[in-house]
Design a protein around this ligand. Structure first.
Ligand SMILES: NC(=O)C1=CN([C@@H]2O[C@H](COP(=O)(O)OP(=O)(O)OC[C@H]3O[C@@H](n4cnc5c(N)ncnc54)[C@H](OP(=O)(O)O)[C@@H]3O)[C@@H](O)[C@H]2O)C=CC1
Ligand SMILES: O=C/C=C/c1ccc(O)c(O)c1
Ligand SMILES: [Zn+2]
Ligand SMILES: [Zn+2]
Length: 360
């Protein structure tokens, strides 16, 4: 962290300034530590495809300067006087949201990710009127409700992708009653979220089929990730042979794509769970869901409770994420490689080991 005056700490992050999405060092201040705030020095931060969508203004709501990053692992350096869950030295995580109203139905049901007044960890405005900024930065200050402890047994860089990708697959499997061993699941799109989907679903005892846009990841999917089957979506014969075989599909494709080929893979009552953030209408003809009583649904990250659960699930099952750790000065290349589908399977930036204060 940088200089401290009476109220605010100056920090350095890497920010996009416009929709080119190019990140460069940016200095800003953190709010004064409130009674329930945790200040963390960032150690690692994963790069999610949502970060690409956001820096490039794919959703049309991006505000700049924007410091992205929502798979954040750090070390607690200070806590407010009313913080009970954390103390200095703890290794902790922060994900996609950092605030909610605490009063609506989702908040009262502890699914605060569905609160209409949620505050995003970046590209949003905090209750004090300051822009929120994410984890590609030397430090963050976050309300304790949105901070989780990283359990012993998980390396901090390994934990980072679990804070978005991991909980994003765990939550719908739990919510939709899809944790039963023996189910047949499909993972459409083998990227950051998809590879955690394979690992989590396999650990739940599912038969897992990867559905990919190419044959390039076949050997890795089967040999390294433990998938049971692999389909190339453009291969009509393979797709036809697999018709009516899956209980669910987790669809992580980040661009517009037809739904009908995937609805055809589902059994009666099967579920297509949309994960990709796609700002264009997706289409299908109604018999594709009527004939088989199939469901198209969606799911958004997971709750804070589920985030804690998936971290412990990964410890208990011995699950790790498959990551490529890079330094901060490689972040623009990493974003470009992620966008062109050239990473196995998640970049994690070693923020703490990148001396980012010196670059400012
Ligand atoms: N709903 C939620 O809560 C969350 C949503 N997301 C969203 O999910 C999507 C996936 O995120 P993430 O896993 O990080 O992304 P990745 O880029 O890591 O993975 C996406 C995968 O989709 C496949 N794909 C197919 N077409 C394309 C294309 N044109 N460009 C890139 N990939 C393609 C690729 O798999 P293959 O090579 O196998 O075809 C690729 O690996 C994003 O839209 C992201 O914003 C992310 C986290 C949480
Ligand atoms: O990566 C996590 C965030 C996902 C996300 C899902 C839906 C949406 O509209 C977003 O802006 C982000
Ligand atoms: Zn994400
Ligand atoms: Zn709420």
């Amino acid at each position: 962290m940088g200089s401290v005056d009476a109220s605010e700490t100056t920090v350095t992050g890497w920010a996009a300034r416009d929709a080119t999405g190019h990140l460069s060092p940016y200095t800003y201040t953190l709010r004064k530590t409130g009674p329930e705030d945790v200040v963390l020095k960032v150690k690692y931060c994963g790069i999610c495809h949502t970060d690409v969508h956001q820096v490039k203004n794919d959703l049309g709501a991006s505000k700049y300067p924007m410091v992205p990053g929502h798979e954040v692992v750090g070390e607690v350096v200070e806590v407010g006087p009313e913080v009970s869950k954390f103390r200095a030295g703890d290794v902790v995580g922060v994900g996609v949201i950092v605030g909610c109203c605490r009063d609506c139905r989702p908040c009262k049901a502890n699914v605060e990710q569905y609160c209409n007044k949620k505050i995003w960890s970046y590209n949003d405005v905090y209750t004090d009127g300051k822009p929120t900024q994410g984890g590609f930065a030397s430090a963050m200050v976050v309300d304790q409700k949105f901070v989780v402890k990283i359990p012993a047994g998980l390396a901090p860089e390994q934990a980072a992708p679990l804070l978005c990708a991991g909980v994003t697959v765990y939550s719908p499997l739990k919510h939709f009653g899809l944790m039963t061993p023996g189910l047949r699941g499909g993972i459409l799109g083998l990227g950051g979220v998809g590879h955690m989907g394979v690992k989590v679903a396999k650990s739940m005892g599912h038969h897992v089929t990867v559905i990919s846009s190419s044959n390039k990841k076949r050997a890795e999917a089967m040999d390294d990730l433990g998938a049971d089957a692999y389909l190339v979506s453009s291969d009509a014969d393979q797709m036809a042979a697999a018709a009516d075989s899956l209980d669910y599909i987790i669809d992580t494709v980040p661009v517009k794509h037809p739904l009908e080929p995937y609805l055809a893979l589902l059994k009666m009552d099967g579920k297509l769970v949309l994960m990709g953030v796609i700002a264009e209408p997706l289409s299908f003809v109604s018999p594709m869901v009527m004939l088989g009583r199939k469901t198209i649904t969606g799911s958004f990250i997971g709750s804070m409770d589920e985030t804690e659960e998936v971290l412990q699930f990964c410890v208990d099952k011995g699950l790790t994420s498959q990551i490529e750790v890079v330094k901060m000065d490689y972040v623009n290349q990493a974003f470009e490689r992620l966008e062109r589908n050239d990473v196995r399977y998640r970049f994690v930036v070693d923020v703490g080991g990148s001396n980012i204060e010196d670059a400012a």
